[in-house]
Design a protein around this ligand. Structure first.
Ligand SMILES: *[C@@H]1O[C@H](CO)[C@@H](O)[C@H](O)[C@H]1NC(C)=O
Ligand SMILES: *[C@@H]1O[C@H](CO)[C@@H](O)[C@H](O)[C@H]1NC(C)=O
Ligand SMILES: *[C@@H]1O[C@H](CO)[C@@H](O)[C@H](O)[C@H]1NC(C)=O
Length: 393
């Protein structure tokens, strides 16, 4: 008898697991979102919900289904974050936050998930799309793997998505492009790879953190359309030119970190348009040529890191006397002329350049060989797209 029950359960489990597959396929091939919760989401559905449980409203019941599916998909939870994920009071679960619903303040719904620093291993099941009232989804510093579920597009209110420092892999999760209210996108420290969709830079985001992944891509010319205040692309495999359209971000951009990639061009003179930029870090790329004079017009600049590139020529005369500049690293380049003001900066590194009379410089021979190479200072060799011509009347 006992055996029969076990077998029935197994068969049921098999059935439930595999009946989901056709949905997954249908979802990816159709534009209309076909999502099994729509099929089951009416009253009296959700076979998996024990009938003894009562819920304050149907949305909390949907949240229960989502969270129980997630708990099933977790294989290690060393700090027991999810061990109290039992029963119908989902608002009491660790890491789950409820508040009045945005469209119906009379009812309470799950508004946020925060499992940061849980060290939890597992994956994110499609059922999480049932949490379609949430505005925050924070799971940083865990061991979640796999992909972001397609069903995340149901999260129409999602404002902050932080899946950083996990083990997500595969292509850029384009589902984030279909979240109309997303402002803060944090995918850093994962194993995402391949290209970044251009559409990312058309989205009304406030922050893009995709550093420390395996993205490989030429920065597209439409990057200048992005209204972000912070963009961090460091430690990927970006290559190609620094687009001139960066100058179009002047009213919004405060911080841009592009370090440790393979960017290979000159610094476009349009960079000087970034009057609100406080942090510019292009360390460890293959940038070349002379610095444009316009760099001295970046009046908000506090931290500038140009180190470990192949810049040459003189450091512009007034760069080091910019009013807000605190930290300026330009070591490991081929600069020749250094304005005296730069010696007065407290946090500055000018080592391994071609300065006369400064400590720890490159050898004369090395400097000479580099600087006599015809291509070392010619920006035209990169074939970067020219800036758009000014509008004609
Ligand atoms: C988690 O729960 C298990 C089993 O109840 C217990 O042995 C372990 O000490 C708990 N871990 C923490 C960090 O509380
Ligand atoms: C939820 O948590 C609160 C505070 O910890 C507690 O007073 C309440 O009894 C809990 N509700 C349920 C149904 O567990
Ligand atoms: C940058 O702005 C200029 C002037 O508004 C515009 O002509 C150009 O198309 C923009 N560049 C990009 C890449 O959007």
């Amino acid at each position: 008898m006992k055996n029969t029950v076990t077998n029935t359960v197994l068969v049921l489990a098999f059935f439930v697991t595999f009946t989901h597959i056709p949905f997954t396929i249908a979802r990816q091939n159709s534009t209309r979102v076909f999502y099994y919760s729509d099929e089951l989401g009416t009253e009296g559905e959700f076979d998996s919900v024990p009938s003894a449980l009562t819920f304050d409203n149907p949305r909390l019941k949907r949240a229960y289904v989502a969270l129980q599916a997630w708990k099933q998909a977790i294989i290690s939870d060393p700090f027991n974050f999810t061990s109290n994920w039992v029963g119908s009071n989902v608002c009491n679960y660790t890491g789950v936050f409820c508040s009045p619903s945005l469209d119906d303040p009379a009812i309470k719904t799950v508004a946020g998930i925060d499992l940061n620093h849980g060290d939890i291993a597992g994956n994110l099941p499609e059922e999480l799309g049932l949490l379609n009232d949430i505005s925050l989804f924070h799971v940083n510093s865990n061991r979640f793997c796999g992909k972001l579920p397609w069903s995340f597009e149901e999260m129409k209110h999602l404002y902050e998505l932080d899946v950083s420092n996990n083990r997500f892999a595969g292509k850029f999760p384009t589902v984030v492009l279909r979240m109309p209210n997303l402002k803060y996108l944090d995918l850093r420290f994962n194993e995402f790879e391949g290209k970044i969709p251009k559409a990312l830079f058309e989205k009304k985001l406030d922050a893009i953190f995709i550093n420390h992944n395996r993205f490989a891509f030429e920065l597209p010319e439409n990057i200048g359309n992005s209204p972000v205040s912070v963009i961090v692309l460091a430690n990927n495999r970006f290559h190609g030119c620094l687009p001139t359209s960066l100058g179009n971000m002047s009213s919004t951009l405060n911080e841009m970190v592009l370090s440790n990639n393979g960017l290979h061009s000159c610094l476009p003179k349009e960079i000087g348009l970034l009057k609100n930029l406080q942090v510019l870090d292009v360390r460890k790329n293959e940038l070349m040529g002379e610095l444009p004079f316009s760099i001295q017009e970046m009046e908000s600049l506090e931290r500038l890191d140009l180190s470990h590139n192949m810049f040459s020529g003189a450091v512009p005369q007034h760069l080091c006397s910019m009013p807000n500049l605190q930290k300026f690293n330009f070591n490991h380049n081929f600069f020749k002329g250094e304005p005296p003001m730069c010696l007065g900066l407290e946090q500055s590194d000018d080592g391994k350049n071609c300065f006369h009379g400064r400590p720890v410089q490159r050898s004369r021979l090395q400097c000479k060989m580099f600087l006599t190479r015809a291509r070392s200072q010619d920006c035209s060799v990169f074939n970067c797209r020219p800036p758009p011509s000014p509008p004609k009347n």
